[in-house]
Ligand binder design. Structure first.
Ligand code: DC
Length: 230
């Protein structure tokens, strides 16, 4: 059976990763969370003092070091999840904090960061058999992907999901800040000059505001089955 490339793009916290991950597991494909890669760059910049207290980025230094950042995904068989690694260290928990979320969009808007991450993503998908989610997968990373989906849901529903996720992990946060952060990220992601968040012309739209995880999963599996049958 042919192994295709599946691109899943959409707004932040719209449940893309959950559905992409589920699909990859069900059909035996590799799953790559491209947002995690931009989060790794942000974590690196924060850890190395390349973002100051006002949020200003030391672009010159980050650009000088960008090619030393190698992002990977290690499979944890015990928990049946893939963990993001930065230069070999597992950073899965560290990249999901509100601090990283607050700084990631400006980092992801830097052309040299996008170039470096896009090259790593394209290398990961060279053989096909991959499900990748993000903002520009169907438009810039894999413009020839056989199946492209653009996922969205209302701002409030997305913020509530993100809020629940953070609280479940024990992180202190309030709903209004989560909503404001999500809107600000969407604004930056959609208006940046390089590879902005937008629906590819040939992407299918999925508004999952009122769908259960099971319903989304089935919808995506059906679309995959259609493409494979083509
Ligand atoms: O999906 P996420 O919230 O983990 O993504 C983190 C940030 O990275 C988000 O602000 C958008 C950016 N991003 C991007 O610019 N391009 C991608 N392909 C994936 C994420």
């Amino acid at each position: 059976m042919k192994r295709i490339t599946i691109a899943i793009d959409g707004h932040s916290s719209c449940g893309k990763s959950t559905m992409a991950k589920d699909l990859a597991r069900t059909i035996g494909y590799i799953y790559i969370d491209s947002g995690a890669m931009y989060r790794c760059c942000t974590l690196y910049a924060l850890r190395h003092g390349l973002i100051d207290a006002h949020g200003r980025i030391n672009e010159t230094e980050l650009e000088r070091r960008i090619n030393t950042l190698q992002v990977g995904f290690a499979y944890d068989a015990g928990r049946n999840i893939s963990l993001c690694t930065l230069n070999g260290d597992t950073v899965e928990g560290l990249i999901r904090t509100m601090e990283v979320s607050a700084h990631v969009s400006p980092i992801a808007a830097l052309p040299f960061v996008r170039r470096a991450m896009t090259a790593q993503q394209q290398a990961m998908g060279r053989e096909g058999g991959i499900v990748m989610d993000g903002r520009d997968i169907g438009t810039a990373v894999f413009p020839n992907a056989e199946l492209k989906v653009f996922v969205t849901a209302s701002d409030e529903i997305r913020a509530q999901r993100r809020y629940d996720e953070l609280r479940a992990k024990g992180e202190e946060c309030d709903f209004d800040s989560v909503l404001a952060n999500l809107r600000e990220r969407d604004r930056i992601d959609s208006t940046r000059a390089v590879a902005p968040l937008r629906r590819a012309d040939d992407a299918l739209i999925l508004d999952n505001s009122h769908l259960t995880i099971e319903e989304q999963k089935q919808w995506l599996l059906d679309r995959y089955a259609e493409r494979i049958a083509d």
